[in-house]
Design a protein around this ligand. Structure first.
Ligand SMILES: [Zn+2]
Length: 691
């Protein structure tokens, strides 16, 4: 959609706009460009704060000049709450489902029937992925998105325009007029990519809700939420791949005469499409070969797909072939093998994790699903165990979709013969026998014994794992062995291991001891996000750890941030900010971090280069209670204008902003002549006079 030259030019314009502008149209053009790079191509060219600063500029200009707001302005995605039910709307053309095929023979037979109808014409076939999402239809009229609907029963769906406007990869306007198009209905699918689906399921499990079996259910549920702002948080994407209705001003346009050209045209208009994965074939034998080959690659795509869709590429032959009342005759879905199998629930183990959480794990008769053998499946927590009403001896359906962890879909209760046994959840820790506790507001039973060996070992295993400090020579079995021998007792002890003693152990030659020593030494310079992730703060996954590392100069800055400041960071909400706050205000954890620092482990942050602004090059520290805003907001404001935050008073500090009841920091700052001590009001004036 954007050429190299375009991008070059647009980036130059972007940089110019950072300095501030009154040009509403220029801002919209640039914001649309960055929305496209971010949502459609997943390849942002500016940072989130930079995007936000442009967005806020536009918002302000539109507030001052409401008469200049257009329906396709990037600020107009956010709509009001839908307090009434969704309206039912009719599709311009019925949304039929596709006929399924499960093997090569089905595809060849379909081709035979097709040839019978349209004769021996030079037909081409387009093949594209079959996404596992929720069907949607979009109508654009005079370039503007005017309606978005669910598939519904295929004849009628729900009007979900307000929710679909929240999806960043759906353009609010597109230049259809360039092709002479007056009105068009496009179809496709809303989905969550694999990573967001996994995160979504993790958040459900944390709340004690059973994870969803597939991204389709997650997307369909999200689209019907009553709060459009909540839809935005779900990170849905929309892939468009079919034009069901088209009305030209005059002549038809040749770009809209075949499926493959249409997909490319839609991609050029700014839609997310299967253009990159789509293939066109002349011979049906090649189609069949491709389908067979592609199945093994399904896991390499960022989205869950359950097959391929084969279509007659030429629209004129599609029209000749027509449809039955259920299916178009010109298309066929080639379904991949289901990744489900039945098995028998043999037993349930209770495992203690690094936070003390006790997780029931189902042991099942080994089954082969989607290329791997599955013999144990997590049941997450007691609530989910009860909800699924599982008993030992039950026949169960096990699913494994893509890189999603295996899941028990349900038990086949009709097959019970009375010999099945209830599952009893333990009251004491299965490892240290400490009494388990569960606050009413939570769903997970925990062992609260901080010295529980199971937890210590799990924490160590997590710390050295690939995505954390990545100390490969210190895998799970070595951790267990060294812990048993008291060679390691806690995380810092990894860095003062007695290599002499290890060298004397059976199976540890000089080479393996050297490897171990090198790997541990190397881990000391890992970036801070890995250390934070490795510390295993509850709810802090890799993404959150990265966000935290980006916001600090050193890990100790986290010990000075309050809950409000933490919530200013991307995707950190109430619950997560509270656990982070607790963790970094716990004396035991702080001494652990200090110990790591003393052994030379890197604790420096990876703060992104600050935003350019009126406060560039100036450093700030806030103390006391501010009156007009929360401290976190003030800190963000300083950063948004290019200022840098310090965590303590030092000669590097330029401004100490003092609120009510400022304490020791104020006293300390008074000792430095170079530090300017200013009030909240003076701080706000400073921003005003510098921007
Ligand atoms: Zn325990």
């Amino acid at each position: 959609m954007y050429s190299k030259e375009d991008i070059h030019e647009l980036m130059a314009e972007t940089k110019a706009l950072f300095k501030g502008t009154e040009d509403i149209e220029a801002l919209r053009k640039i914001l649309r460009f960055h929305e496209y790079k971010y949502y459609v191509e997943n390849d942002p060219l500016i940072s989130d704060p930079e995007y936000d600063s442009l967005y806020k500029n536009l918002e302000k200009l539109e507030k001052d000049h409401p008469e200049l707001i257009t329906p396709d302005s990037p600020t107009q995605r956010v709509g009001a709450d839908l307090n009434k039910d969704f309206q039912t709307v009719s599709h311009l053309v019925p949304m039929l489902s596709l006929e399924n095929s499960y093997n090569t023979r089905d595809v060849l037979e379909w081709n035979g029937r097709l040839t019978g109808i349209i004769g021996r014409q030079p037909v081409h076939f387009s093949v594209e992925p079959k996404y596992d999402g929720a069907g949607i239809s979009l109508i654009y009229e005079n370039n503007l998105l005017v309606r978005g609907a669910t598939r519904g029963d295929g004849i009628e769906g729900d009007d979900i325009t307000a929710n679909l406007r929240q999806i960043g990869s759906i353009p609010l306007s597109a230049s259809f007029s360039d092709y002479g198009i007056k009105k068009i209905e496009i179809r496709g699918e809303c989905l969550l990519n694999k990573q967001n689906f996994r995160l979504f399921n993790e958040s459900l499990v944390q709340e004690g809700i059973a994870p969803l079996a597939n991204p389709r259910n997650a997307a369909a549920g999200s689209l019907r939420m009553k709060d459009p702002a909540a839809v935005r948080k779900r990170k849905l994407e929309a892939v468009l791949y079919h034009v069901s209705f088209i009305e030209f001003e005059g002549k038809t346009h040749p770009e809209f005469e075949t499926q493959s050209k249409t997909i490319r045209a839609l991609a050029d208009l700014g839609f997310k499409t299967p253009a990159d994965t789509m293939k066109v074939f002349e011979k049906v034998e090649d189609v069949v070969q491709y389908c067979n080959d592609f199945e093994s690659q399904r896991d390499t795509l960022p989205y869950e797909i359950d097959g391929l869709v084969i279509k007659v590429n030429e629209f004129k032959y599609q029209r000749e072939a027509g449809s039955t009342s259920h299916h178009p005759r010109w298309a066929m879905a080639y379904k991949f093998k289901a990744r489900e199998a039945t098995s028998k629930l043999l037993n349930v183990d209770f495992q203690v994790g690094r936070t003390g959480a006790v997780t029931p794990v189902a042991k099942i008769e080994p089954v082969h699903i989607g290329g791997v053998t599955v013999s144990s499946v997590s049941l997450f927590n007691e609530g989910i165990l009860r909800e699924k009403d599982l008993r030992i001896g039950d026949t169960v359906i096990v699913q494994r979709a893509g890189d999603v962890i295996p899941n028990i879909v349900k038990s086949l209760t009709e097959l019970r013969d009375g010999s099945e046994k209830e599952i009893v959840f333990p009251q004491n820790c299965p490892v240290c026998n400490h009494k388990l506790v569960k606050p009413d507001s939570e769903v997970v039973w925990r062992c609260t014994n901080i010295d529980c060996p199971a937890q210590v070992i799990e924490r160590l295993i997590h710390f050295v794992s690939k995505d954390a400090m990545d100390i490969r020579s210190l895998g799970e079995s070595n951790i267990r062995k060294f812990h048993d021998l008291k060679l390691i007792t806690d995380i810092p002890s990894i860095y003062k291991m007695d290599f002499g003693a290890i060298g004397k152990l059976e199976g540890f030659g000089k080479k393996s001891v050297d490897n171990l020593r090198t790997a541990i030494e190397k881990s000391k310079s890992q970036p801070l996000n890995r250390l934070i992730f490795g510390l295993g703060v509850r709810y802090v996954g890799e993404a959150t750890a990265k966000e935290l590392a980006k916001n600090v100069n050193a890990i100790y800055d986290l010990t000075e941030m309050n809950v409000e400041r933490l919530q200013q960071m991307k995707d950190i909400g109430q619950k997560v900010s509270e656990t982070i706050f607790e963790f970094f205000h716990d004396a035991h954890n702080i001494s652990l971090i200090k110990a790591l620092e003393s052994y030379g482990v890197n604790i420096k942050g990876i703060r992104e280069t600050a935003v350019e602004g009126g406060l560039s090059g100036k450093t700030f520290l806030f103390t006391g209670t501010l009156s007009s805003m929360k401290r976190g907001d003030a800190e963000k404001l300083a950063e948004d204008h290019g200022g840098k935050l310090l965590s303590s008073v030092s000669a590097n500090l330029n401004y100490l902003v003092t609120g009510e009841a400022a304490g020791s920091k104020l006293e300390k700052a008074k000792k430095y002549k170079s530090i300017q001590i200013i009030t909240e009001e003076e701080f706000l004036n400073l921003i005003k006079s510098n921007s």
